[in-house]
Design a protein around this ligand. Structure first.
Ligand code: CMC
Length: 428
């Protein structure tokens, strides 16, 4: 539906083209440039998608200047307070919150899809003991496609839903297996009587030789963190899932691609990078030095956990996470990194460089401190993010595949050599 239009005119040729604009239900309107090349003979150039919408979506809305995040119209603050993670998964996948019966049925489905094929479990033995868990996650998630042939028809809505449920249910099992492999402990099978996060804690920390009781504070904290990480519209990893999936590849392959993207320090890998940075800073007295490094354009150092492409105001997730961090630390004992992080935030928020560029703490700034307080090792922090985000990835894949899907194929501005003849080897 064209709401209005814009006309652009080429200064050189005087040629004009009228392009329709479209309004969503909220947010910045877009100019539909689909016909631009045909009628005008130009592509658009937007490295990093700074001003380009890659798709239409009904899943998540965020307003970066207002610091607002909504899943299917519900504010993140209300969802974090009133719903558990599996309700949020249901919401993202289906568009509505579940009623009591739907919630019980969905919980049951997820709890009974937690096991992974025994042969798949054997894959972990092929990894060296010091393999990064994100490397294992990427490989093993992609390998799911070799085991679940019964749900690979992307045109069948029933099979798509089973795949979504398998992704949500099995990622904690794969994550825990990666952890157990890295510490050399036996794999713990999932327990269907436990909650989603209770089961994850059990698979990570229980050992066959002793009883293990799930700590309800850790269980709840993880649940809220997963809700906060569940979706974030067209972020890099979700866009990767969409682009990979747009070729019609199987969903497990597409989610593996998203997992690989998430690993980078500019994205989900930032939570691990924040803790490494705090450890490197080490003391409040050294903050000024690191702030100066972050501002120095000749230094590649960036203040990790700070800044966001879309949020130019406080990241609403960071606000909730900071509160949970205080609650968790009150139970598990203080972490000197919390004090350091708060001081760093305080200094950065009044520093002209950060103020001018609207750089605020993002979701990753405090999340790592909570995970560490819960005993989750540094290398597993991005894995935790991946578990929470898995529902967002599969919901976006599902939305794309069930709509009018077209392969994603960006254009380029070619700046290389123009045609030339290959010289004989002795003349090169
Ligand atoms: N420390 C110092 N300077 C920064 C930072 C930072 N963390 N972030 C942005 N800047 C500066 C940047 O140098 C640039 O300055 P100038 O205009 O003088 O060239 C300006 O702010 C704009 O930055 P940008 O790189 O153009 O912004 P972007 O939208 O391309 O990048 C970002 C966004 C999140 C990748 C970036 O802010 C960053 O690298 N942050 C640190 C890594 C991080 O915390 N990532 C997690 C993001 S939130 C969760 C997630 O997506 O997974």
């Amino acid at each position: 539906m064209a709401d209005s239009s814009v006309t652009i005119t080429h200064d050189g040729t005087g040629k004009s083209v009228q392009l329709p604009t479209r309004e969503g239900t909220a947010g910045t309107p877009v100019i539909d440039i689909g016909s631009l090349n045909k009628s005008f003979g130009h592509f658009t150039l937007d490295p990093g998608f700074v001003a380009t919408a890659s798709c239409e979506s009904k899943i998540t809305y965020l307003d970066g200047s207002a610091g607002l995040l909504q899943y299917r119209g519900y504010p993140i603050e209300q969802l974090a307070e009133q719903c558990d993670y599996l309700e949020v998964c249901y919401l993202l996948l289906n568009g509505e919150l579940p009623n009591g019966d739907q919630k019980s049925e969905f919980d049951h489905i997820i709890r009974t899809h937690t096991m992974i094929h025994e042969s798949l479990r054997g894959f972990f033995d092929g990894f060296h003991y010091d393999a990064h868990p994100m490397a294992m996650m990427t490989g093993v998630i992609g390998s799911l496609s070799a085991f679940y042939h019964d749900s690979l028809d992307i045109n069948d809505p029933g099979q798509r839903m089973i795949t979504a449920q398998r992704i949500i249910a099995k990622l904690p099992t794969i994550a825990a297996a990666a952890y157990k492999h890295s510490v050399g402990q036996p794999f713990m099978y999932p327990r269907n009587d436990l909650s989603y996060t209770g089961n994850l804690l059990h698979m990570m920390y229980a050992v066959p030789a002793a009883d293990y009781e799930v700590d309800p504070i850790a269980e709840k904290a993880l649940d809220v963190l997963f809700t906060l990480h569940a979706d974030h519209e067209q972020n890099a990893s979700t866009s990767t899932v969409r682009l990979a999936g747009s070729s019609g590849t199987n969903p497990f392959g597409a989610i593996a691609a998203g997992t690989a993207c998430l690993w980078g320090p500019a994205h989900g890998g930032a939570n691990e990078a924040v803790l490494r940075m705090l450890d490197e800073i080490g003391d409040v007295s050294r903050i000024d030095k690191y702030i100066a490094k972050a501002k120095d354009k000749n230094d590649s150092f960036r203040l990790m956990g700070f800044g966001h492409r879309v949020y130019k105001n406080f990241d609403p997730r960071a606000r909730i996470i900071k509160k949970i961090a205080h609650e968790v630390l009150a139970t598990y004992g203080n972490d000197p990194r919390m004090e350091l992080a708060m001081k760093l935030e305080e200094i950065a928020l009044v520093d002209e460089y950060f103020v001018e560029r609207s750089l605020y703490p993002n979701v990753d700034f405090y999340s790592g401190i909570i995970y560490r307080a819960l005993g989750i090792p540094l290398e597993m922090l991005t894995v935790m993010f991946a578990i929470g985000r898995s529902v967002g990835w599969i919901s976006h894949w599902q939305e794309m595949v069930s709509g009018k899907m077209r392969i994603g194929r960006p254009r380029q501005l070619y700046t290389g050599e123009v045609q030339r003849d290959v010289p004989a080897i002795k003349k090169r």
